[in-house]
Design a binder for this molecule. Sequence first.
Ligand code: FRU
Length: 494
Amino acid sequence: MMLYSLQAARDYEAKAGAEIATGLRPGFHLSARAGWMNDPNGFSYYQGLYHLFYQYHPYDSHWGPMHWGHATSRDLLHWSYLPAALAPDQPYDGAGCFSGTAVALPDGRHLLAYTGVREERGPDGVLRQIQTQNLAFGDGLDYEKYPGNPILSEKDLPADCSVANFRDPKLWRLADGSYRLLAAAERRGAGGVLLLYRSVDLVHWALVSTPAENRNRLGLMWECPDLFRLDGTDVILLSAQDMLPKGFEYHNGNGSVVLLGRFDPETGVFDEQSDHALDYGIDFYAPQTVQTPDGRRVMIGWLQNWDTCNQHFLHSPWFGQMSLPRELSVRNGILYQRPIRELEALRGEKQCFDGLRLENEVRTLPGLRGRMLDLELELRPAGPLYQRFAIRFAQDAACHTGVSFRPYESVLKLDRKFSGSRRAIIHQRRAKVRHENGALRLRLILDRYSAEVFVNDGEKVLSMAVDTPISADGLSFLADGAVALSVTAYRLNP
Ligand code: FRU
């Protein structure tokens, strides 16, 4: 097996990253320093900075042997790249350093917990993956893999779980100084299961419980679990492969899921009460959360989906970006998401268009254009209920991408089929939204190559990546029927 060198990755990314013009990256969403990015990893606050690592293949804009890329930020919007933190350079992780967590330890060290992948040929001659959990300790810049790795391996799995799917440790420290680790695994023939382990020394672990299992629903293998308490509710986040739709939920094949319920820290039992999709757009997967020093629970996800990625232009110098950081809260059995409040500091020039009346027309608004915008929209019927309202953006003669709303169906739709993508892939996603007789509030955040729509103050969110050339920066509004509209638009200056 070929092992990769961390120093080689660091040398390569410094050069390749510097060749990418900042104007051809998102302005305030973290993108791969060079090459490919998938899941956020090790999202943590350590020594006065937020650290975000990510699944990373620096040498190519397609997935490959996974490294951990690394960036830091003070406000979760302005990011500085740091040298890659992990490379697949050990016998137990030579096929990839997969997703995991970072924890600030009381002794001042920064701990990374990640999945090491190696490949082994079975007696049948078929190559299979061996996935184990591993540690690395560092100072926020350089990390050393623990010589006793792996700390969790096949022997720690229930007998009916497969070592080929055992990954993405979420590790945290309790007030009593002990640790918990939640990993995703797969029961042979029965799909995803979350395994909770306990340790006092980070090295010896005992299985406590299986807080959640898919029991033939919510897809097959589960990935990237997170668990936290918020507003009196316990929340599990996970990302599921091979999902089938359930009504208007889970239309993406691979999708992120919220489980709400009650977690008993003693027994490790999670009493699940409800589930819903985390994002109703096209591109969102594998989120992680961090607790900010002022107590907010903030989530970042990969602003892509395995079902639609790999369709990008082959010459792309980078591929993959993170979602906007989102502040979470639980209300009425729903996990709400709002753009992180630090975004307001990026607001520049403001334009207000109040009391507009659109009737069976497409309209542009004077001076309103751009690809980095924060738009607040309020719409309601101007007379009898309208058929459809839409906003189009990233628009020129050839391209546009849109968000439309049909109040009779209560359906909000994203559509990027004219966004200038390399080929026609999945380009639409619909969500049922709550409205009062056609009255609806939307906040739309545009950042060069993405659009994120927050409905009713974050009750639902729909996200997508867009490939449209930056020169397409027009916006227009469309009404079938008569719509009363007000628009507040801020130019975002990262
Ligand atoms: C989720 C995932 C993880 C894994 C990583 C590999 O997107 O499949 O389960 O750790 O990506 O890059």
